[in-house]
Structure formats: structure tokens, C-alpha cells
Design a protein around this ligand. Structure first.
Ligand SMILES: [Zn+2]
Ligand SMILES: [Zn+2]
Length: 152
């Protein structure tokens, strides 16, 4: 594994241990890759670490991501029309804004600052923990591109 410093490796290892998981090379590599490239799909994580960890498989990466998600170390979300994406930013009930034209995806802070930030009109008797919101629209680049298309 190539980490910028041994300290980086230790910080990642501590975070894996903190959620009760054993530290392994694939787990370190997945967490490291995800930290440098948030909102990655399992395929993208696999592509990102294949060189550093030869012999690993997409299946192994899926396995690590699933145990990370179950342990609360990683958050998984499922934007419409895209494979599941993973990120290390957990526990802050943040949301996402997605460009419908180019797929650019960014974090948006929780609308009111704490979960759940939306109150359903009818909870059907559920107690509500969280609300995941995906805002969709056009990013700044795409707004400009569309304006140019329309002007020509
Ligand atoms: Zn866009
Ligand atoms: Zn995010």
C-alpha cells in the first residue's frame, strides 16, 4: 500500500478498529480510496485500488463496502439511474445535489441541521430517524452550455 505517510495509515486503521472490524489490507485500501474519491461506486473503488492491491476482485471490494456500511463507517446511497455510491462522510444527515445533464454530484448540508430534516405529512405510526434528500438540477457548467445551445 502507498500511503502519503505512515500516520495516514494509522488513522485509517484506527477508524476501522473503532467500529469493531479487523484491520486488513483490502479494508485499508478501500477506506483510503474512498477518502480520496468520495461518492464512488464499488466499480470505481475497485479501479482506484487495483494497482495498489493486485489480486483483489470487485467481489472483495463489494464485501468490504458492505461490512463498512453495516458498521456505520461508510454511507451508501442510491441516486436514481446510477449504481450505489459510497462515501466516508457519515452521521451528519447531509444530502446530495445531482446535475441531471452531466451527473455531477455534490454534498449539501442538512437542510435544518439535524436529522430528520423533513417531517412527513403522515408517518404511518413510524418513528422517523432520517430523511435522505436528492436535489436535482443543472450545474453551473451545464446551465452555461444549455444557454449557449439555446442562443445558437
Ligand atoms: Zn452538469
Ligand atoms: Zn455525500
Amino acid at each position: 500500500m502507498t500511503f502519503s505517510t505512515p500516520a495516514v495509515r494509522e488513522v485509517l486503521a484506527d477508524r476501522i478498529r473503532a467500529v469493531g472490524l479487523k484491520v486488513t489490507a483490502p479494508r485499508l485500501a478501500v477506506l483510503h480510496t474512498l477518502q480520496n474519491a468520495p461518492h464512488s461506486s464499488a466499480e470505481q473503488v475497485f479501479a482506484g485500488l487495483r494497482e495498489e492491491l493486485p489480486g483483489t476482485s470487485t467481489q472483495a471490494v463489494y464485501g468490504v463496502l458492505t461490512s463498512f456500511t453495516a458498521a456505520g463507517l461508510v454511507r451508501r446511497f442510491d441516486p436514481a439511474g446510477s449504481p450505489a455510491l459510497y462515501e466516508c462522510r457519515v452521521g451528519d444527515n447531509h444530502h446530495h445535489v445531482v446535475c441531471v445533464r452531466c451527473g455531477d454530484l455534490r454534498d449539501v448540508d442538512c437542510v435544518i441541521g439535524e436529522a430528520p430534516c423533513l417531517t412527513p405529512s403522515d408517518t404511518s405510526g413510524f418513528s422517523i430517524f432520517a430523511a435522505e434528500v436528492t436535489f436535482t438540477g443543472l450545474c453551473a457548467d451545464c446551465q452555461a452550455a444549455v444557454a449557449e445551445l439555446e442562443a445558437s
